[in-house]
Write a protein that binds this ligand. Structure first.
Ligand code: PLP
Length: 437
């Protein structure tokens, strides 16, 4: 029997020796593992790209699943800038940062701190590296308060912190009032609050001002992961071309908040299409992380092409970023207007370019995904347990590199799915769950 006939994820099934622990995990992930084994829109091999069109086998599809929000992955100015850096530095620095870093790192950190308006910034290869190393250091043996729907990589960082003696308490999703109750009742003086900025599934931002107020009033440090907001949203301005604001300098500036008692974590791997991430923090904390955070001491660095992409990306962001964000906003608005006209539910209330569309019946995810694939539309299938059963559906991400024609094809597919009754209407529950209740 092969992996496809068991519906087990490839690799686990092939061993033929799943332990009891793995069997439990496989049962939890059954929906996802079956989709991964069978579905053309999961674990796909992309054979070719042409703009934001992708070829999977003999099918060309419009891609609405990448996080390249600004289209920097395809930007000719950025691509043209990279060879010069390769000539100067070779392909890869390959020192751990503790041993030495090309001066490009200094340039990136300086420009980043200026863009964000933070005292300083430290870059490491990925946000995952940062969560795993920095959360345990900040929490020490204190108490972490985590948003119930925080990104999995934040949870993983908290698990490491727990193994080193921290306690973990969860507050309800986006509920600053619940956080305040927990903080008020807490006796531990060391308090770290972790939450997402722009949420990777709902596309919404939390009320950052309220979270910042609550954490400051209760002597906690606020740790925000704005992977999806950096490059997309920024400070508000009378000259802004769209409600995303200007400069793409992330959620703290978007809400006109300060960095007092707040550290911002985000990355370049989404809007800037590069493998690099950062923590914006005071210089004193940066100094501490440079001797205590494992990835700075022990991990390999980002490739030179990624560092070059970031530096060239800063230039393009200064020159054309706000125009690209306006295109991104307009594409997103078209999709949200289409859903509103159809009366189809989406959790997106902020207008940012992540639009999740839950299904009327979560059991229909396979066929709905196939229909989208047949119509040439590539999206992220949000299966259980990636999202709770009541939110199973698909996630659309718009980018500035999508064309109007691609957005037309997406809207046409949504209209067809709505007419077939596959999508959840505003105010309606998930059908299978309603029957079970
Ligand atoms: C909110 C959030 N945090 C962290 C990550 C992980 O980022 P990285 O690939 O830089 O580790 C992601 C990736 O999708 C994300 O959406």
């Amino acid at each position: 029997m092969d992996a496809r006939s068991t519906g087990r994820p490839t690799g686990v099934a092939d061993t033929g020796s799943a332990t009891a622990g793995q069997d439990h995990w496989l049962e939890m992930c059954r929906d996802l593992s079956e989709l991964t084994a069978w579905h053309p829109m999961m674990d796909a091999v992309i054979d070719e790209v042409d703009g934001r069109m992708i070829r999977v086998g003999d099918r060309w599809l419009a891609d609405f699943a990448s996080c390249n929000y600004l289209g920097f992955d395809l930007d000719r100015e950025i691509i043209a800038a990279i060879p010069e850096y390769l000539e100067a530095w070779g392909t890869h620095p390959s020192w751990s940062r503790l041993l030495g870093s090309p001066v490009l790192y200094e340039q990136i950190e300086e420009r980043l701190a200026r863009l964000l308006g933070s005292e300083d910034a430290l870059v490491l290869p990925t946000i995952t590296h940062i969560h795993m190393s920095v959360i345990p250091l900040l929490a020490a043996s204190g108490t972490i308060f985590i948003d119930a729907r925080a990104h999995k990589t934040i949870y993983d960082g908290c698990q490491i912190a727990r193994a080193r003696g921290a306690a973990i308490k969860r507050f309800r999703f986006e509920d600053a009032g619940h956080l305040e109750e927990l903080l008020r009742a807490e006796r531990d003086p060391v308090r770290l609050v972790c939450l997402d900025g722009v949420n990777s599934m709902t596309g919404n931002a939390p009320d950052l001002r309220e979270f910042a107020r609550v954490t400051r009033e209760h002597g906690a440090l606020l740790y925000v992961d704005d992977a999806h907001g950096f490059g997309v949203i920024g400070e508000r301005s009378p000259d802004e071309l769209c409600p995303y604001g200007v400069r793409g300098n992330s959620i703290v500036r978007h809400f006109d908040e300060s960095y007092d008692n707040l550290v911002l974590v985000a990355g370049f791997s989404k809007a800037y299409s590069s493998l690099l991430a950062f923590i914006a923090c005071p210089t004193a904390l940066k100094g501490f992380l440079k001797v205590a955070a494992s990835p700075y001491l022990y991990s390999g660095p980002s490739p030179v092409a990624s560092l070059a992409t970031v530096l060239a990306g800063f230039d393009v962001n200064e020159k054309r970023g706000d125009d690209l964000r306006r295109v991104l906003y307009e594409h997103t608005k078209r999709v949200l207007d289409c859903l509103a006209a159809l009366g189809v539910h989406t959790p997106n209330r902020c207008g940012f370019p992540i639009v999740e569309i839950p299904l009327r019946d979560h059991r229909r995810i396979d066929s709905v995904g196939r229909m989208l694939f047949d119509r040439g539309v590539y999206v992220t299938l949000a299966a259980f347990p990636l999202v709770p059963k009541a939110e199973v559906g698909f996630r659309i991400q718009l980018t500035a590199a999508n064309t109007d024609a691609e957005v037309d094809s997406l809207c046409a597919a949504i209209e067809e799915l709505a007419s077939l009754g596959e999508l959840r209407m505003e105010g309606a529950p998930d059908e299978a769950q309603a029957q079970a209740a």
